[in-house]
Write a protein of this length. Structure first.
Lengths: 98, 492
């Protein structure tokens, strides 16, 4: 399995990352060799094997849909972490702007 | 013996008998930190003030004649991807360089309730991605046994802090071996509990179906004490729904007489360091002497473990790390023109190379057209591997393997080849894939260039049956003294 620089560029865009020319070169080589390694999974016969996304044996754990009060210190800490804000509101760049 | 060199058990007994105060105990840990951590670099942050404040409270309680719990007043170190409210939590990443945790992880709430004392936050590979701490944005941790070598990872800081006696015990997290491998490389004991035994609430997620928090200690008994304190059902983590709250400590002394220990041939293969193999074989003989029955078993899909792991883990990681977008906390890129540029620049500036690699790998295997070939196939192989273990555990009580195929490596030896680095996890990832508990226990030393380097063996147990591997490890430590040896940096 060999990736091209264009593949790397495309994956980076999907992952919201940008790569320098040097990184692009490095990642092309490294990800190709990792993909080549994991391709050995194809030789395993998995016909008839059903699967899940976890192994804890639990299914559809539901919590009551209740409004919980956030304690004041957690509330203050969360606000404090905002990179930019107006009073208690998080300020971000416009969603629909070019 | 200096107070910081004690085990949890010894510290507890000393405090109870008033042989020393909790303030003295905390002071001696910080003295050791001041002496060695400039070299070792196990810690990323210290919480001195809070530690001494809590020590004073414990001393007052003891002075009043109140009884104290096993962990009350015991100084611990916490991996820097576990949240302590009001304290930094960088996860070893630049993107969280300015982040102060806004709430306590459940394990922290539980340890605080027990009266444990936190000395600080320990170093790790960025977002727990790595096997050497070389991926930390804040510089690597050194192995206390030989500072030219890695301590293992990703929880290398927590392991080195215990090995260098900078604390009594510590917490790490294990996604593919990140507790067991550094425990082996630093010559201490480390437990990855069953998936779902310990709440992950407040652990910065790497791969959510693999991640588990667990303890490092100087003995199996200490690991059992901390494990008892942190496990149990937590409404904040639905996967903890089947966790037991029965203390394991009471069952530690059941011994190994008649215990059936499985030896999987797939873990004793070419490529393992011959000296390590010898140590593990000696340990098997020791168990036999102690009355255990050694049974050959087979785990036929073992050779696919690493490939399975390196498809599912990056897939989950790429989804989990999508939350780091520069919007609500962490690093935000400046002077950007629009929202998408803020995302891209914040992430690209904040993440290191290994994190970027795994996000891209995960994005690729989940992409339309590749999903079935990689991700779905890996999930199916995961089922087959889980079946292998279930089948083996019909015949044996636990399984014994080497923890790491090699001794601690030299800094820089594997950083240019990610695949070489991934091979460090070859014996540990299976436990995360199947969700079973695993523990590394010191079982000998190898000599490399005049330096003695520790070797660990891995004990694997059935789902929710930590008791069996803890009892086996405890019996082994009663009969051997590998776990009591100290690196020279501690004694200088």
């Amino acid at each position: 399995m060999s990736l091209t620089k264009e593949d790397i560029q495309h994956i980076a865009t999907l992952g919201r990352l940008e790569c320098s020319a040097e990184e692009q070169e490095q990642f092309t080589k490294q990800l190709s060799s990792i993909l080549e390694y994991v391709t050995q999974l194809k030789e395993v016969d998995t016909s008839g094997v059903s699967y899940r996304y976890q192994v804890d044996g639990l299914e559809n754990v539901r919590n009551a849909d209740e409004v919980a009060v956030c304690d004041p210190s957690t509330h203050a800490n969360i606000l404090h972490a905002f990179p930019d804000r107006v009073v208690d509101l998080l300020k971000v760049k416009g969603i629909f702007e070019g | 013996m200096a107070l910081n060199m004690q085990t949890v058990r010894e510290a507890h007994e000393g405090l109870t008998k008033k042989e020393f105060s909790c303030n003295e105990l905390v002071q001696e840990c910080f003295d050791q930190i001041d002496r060695v951590d400039e070299t070792i670099h196990a810690f990323l942050a210290y919480t001195r003030e809070q530690a001494f404040a809590r020590a004073t409270a414990v001393d007052e309680k003891i002075a009043k004649g109140h009884t104290i719990g096993h962990l009350e007043g015991v100084p611990l170190a916490i991996k820097d991807n576990i949240l302590i409210s009001g304290v930094q939590a960088t996860a070893g990443s630049k993107i969280l360089g300015n982040y102060i945790a806004s709430y306590n992880a459940t394990v922290i709430e539980k340890l605080e309730k027990e009266g444990a004392i936190f000395l600080g936050k320990t170093n790790l590979d960025e977002f727990a991605m790595g096997s050497s701490t070389e991926n930390s944005a804040y510089g690597p941790t050194k192995n206390p046994w030989d500072t030219s070598r890695v301590p293992g990872g990703s929880s290398g800081g927590s392991a080195a802090a215990v090995a260098a006696d900078e604390c009594i015990a510590s917490l790490g997290s294990d996604t593919g071996g990140s507790i067991r491998q550094p425990a082996a490389l630093c010559g201490i004991t480390g437990l990855k509990p069953t998936y779902g035994m310990v709440s992950r609430y407040g652990l910065i997620a790497l791969a959510s179906s693999f991640d588990q928090i667990g303890p490092f200690g100087k003995t199996v008994e200490d690991v059992a004490i901390v494990f008892d304190a942190i496990k149990g059902v937590d409404p904040h983590d639905s996967s903890s729904g089947r966790a037991s709250s029965d203390p394991v400590l009471a069952h530690l002394r059941r011994g190994v007489k008649g215990m059936k220990i499985g030896i999987p041939k797939e873990y004793f293969i070419e490529g393992i360091d011959a000296d390590i193999l010898k140590c593990v074989e000696d340990a098997i003989q020791e168990f036999q002497r102690l009355g255990a029955e050694i049974v050959p078993v087979s785990l036929p899909h073992t050779k696919y473990a690493l490939a399975t792991y390196y498809v599912i883990m990056p897939a989950e990681a790429s989804a989990n790390l999508a939350r780091f977008d520069g919007m609500r906390y962490g690093h935000t890129a400046q002077d950007t023109r629009n929202l998408i540029e803020t995302y891209v620049k914040s992430r690209s500036e904040g993440f290191g190379a290994e994190t970027k690699r795994r996000i891209m790998l995960g994005t690729y295997v989940l992409a339309a057209g590749y999903y079935d070939a990689y991700y779905k196939q890996a999930q199916k192989v995961r089922m087959l591997m889980t079946r292998d273990f279930n089948e083996a555990f019909l015949h044996v009580d636990c399984i014994l393997t080497p923890t790491s195929p090699s001794a601690p490596f030299i800094f820089g030896e594997r950083t240019h080849d990610p695949l070489q680095m991934y091979l460090a996890d070859v014996f540990t990832v299976s436990a995360n894939i199947a969700g079973i508990p695993g523990m590394s226990v010191p079982c000998g030393f190898v000599t490399r260039g005049e330096k003695e380097l520790p070797v660990g063996m891995q004990l694997l147990g059935k789902h929710f049956d930590e008791v069996t591997i803890l009892a086996a490890g405890h019996a082994y430590q009663q009969a051997t003294d590998w776990h009591t040896r100290k690196p020279t940096i501690v004694c200088l």
